[in-house]
Design a protein around this ligand. Structure first.
Ligand code: MBD
Ligand code: FE
Length: 283
């Protein structure tokens, strides 16, 4: 069976499916689309599929293989994983057209709400024997005029030093490397954590099967996830990456942006420190 060293698709991709149903990203009321919008989007999407079939002269065996694969993604609970890896970046790109402040990127499938609330300076919950390079991450949350934002919170989640997320990979304590950190009255925060490892899409499920059948690689560069919010301001969903890290230029999820790359400084004892400031626009 699965071990902490080899989370399976069923353990992580499929857990993302049950998480999505229960954690409020989907309200159940739909997007409020009217008939004309549904008609336009469904027609365009199906038209794009038909166009691919004509242009590439898709055969019956290929059509039936695609049908089988789509069934496997659903039955394996991997739609949230697949869609967040391969589609979410385009949705985020459209949303970003009307946003100012700190640049956002995709949420991904591994957010969990209601994590432990800590006041800055804070240490993310970690195992007593937590491995990994210690990282001190600090900065300030301001508005677009540079004024401190009172009541700022940083909801932070990340993979561990092996690239696995608590709540999705087996053998990791609940809430590990996840917290909601309150900034101080000047919007300053200081968070002690570890450097995450790159993330690998599970290779044993249908998403991994497509990646390997197409000869792609299944990796995301190492990253910290953040959801930075404050009363009266638009919350920013983003990720921070690491200069010089593997896969920075070939993220399978196409979610890196140059504004989001940290370059931590070595401060001795194998510890690293970095500063990153967030800017929130008025809601
Ligand atoms: C991740 O950790 C992630 O951040 C995204 C976007 C998709 C899959 C796994
Ligand atoms: Fe991630």
């Amino acid at each position: 069976g699965p071990t902490a060293l080899s989370p399976t698709a069923a353990d992580s991709g499929a857990s993302a499916s049950s998480s999505f149903r229960t954690t409020g990203q989907y309200s159940g009321s739909g997007a409020g689309a009217d008939t004309a919008r549904v008609d336009a989007l469904a027609r365009a999407l199906l038209g794009a599929v038909h166009q691919v079939i004509r242009e590439h002269e898709v055969t019956y065996p290929e059509f039936q293989a695609a049908k089988r694969w789509l069934m496997d993604v659903g039955e394996g609970g991997e739609w949230p994983l697949f869609l967040d890896v391969f589609v979410e970046h385009a949705v985020e790109e459209v949303a970003a057209r009307t946003q100012t402040g700190t640049v956002g990127t995709i949420l991904g499938p591994y957010y969990l709400p209601d994590q432990v609330q800590l006041a800055s300076p804070a240490s993310l919950p970690a195992r007593p024997d937590q491995a990994g390079t210690p990282l001190l991450f600090r900065g300030r949350v301001t508005d677009t005029d540079g004024a401190a934002v009172p009541g700022a919170k940083l909801d932070i989640w990340q993979a561990d030093e092996q690239g696995y997320y608590s709540g999705f990979a087996p053998g990791i304590p609940a809430g590990n490397l996840r917290a909601v950190v309150s900034a101080d009255a000047e919007g300053r925060f200081e968070i002690s954590t570890i450097q995450p490892a790159p993330y690998q899409v599970p290779t044993d499920g249908p998403t991994g099967a497509l990646i390997s059948a197409a000869g792609w690689h299944p990796w995301r560069p190492a990253h910290l996830h953040l959801l930075v919010s404050a009363p009266g301001h638009r919350a920013v969903t983003t990720q921070l990456y690491f200069a010089g890290g593997e896969y920075l230029d070939s993220d399978v999820a196409e979610a890196t942006k140059p504004e989001l790359i940290l370059d931590p400084e070595d401060v001795g004892d194998g510890r690293r420190e970095v500063t990153y400031d967030f800017v929130l626009e008025t809601a």
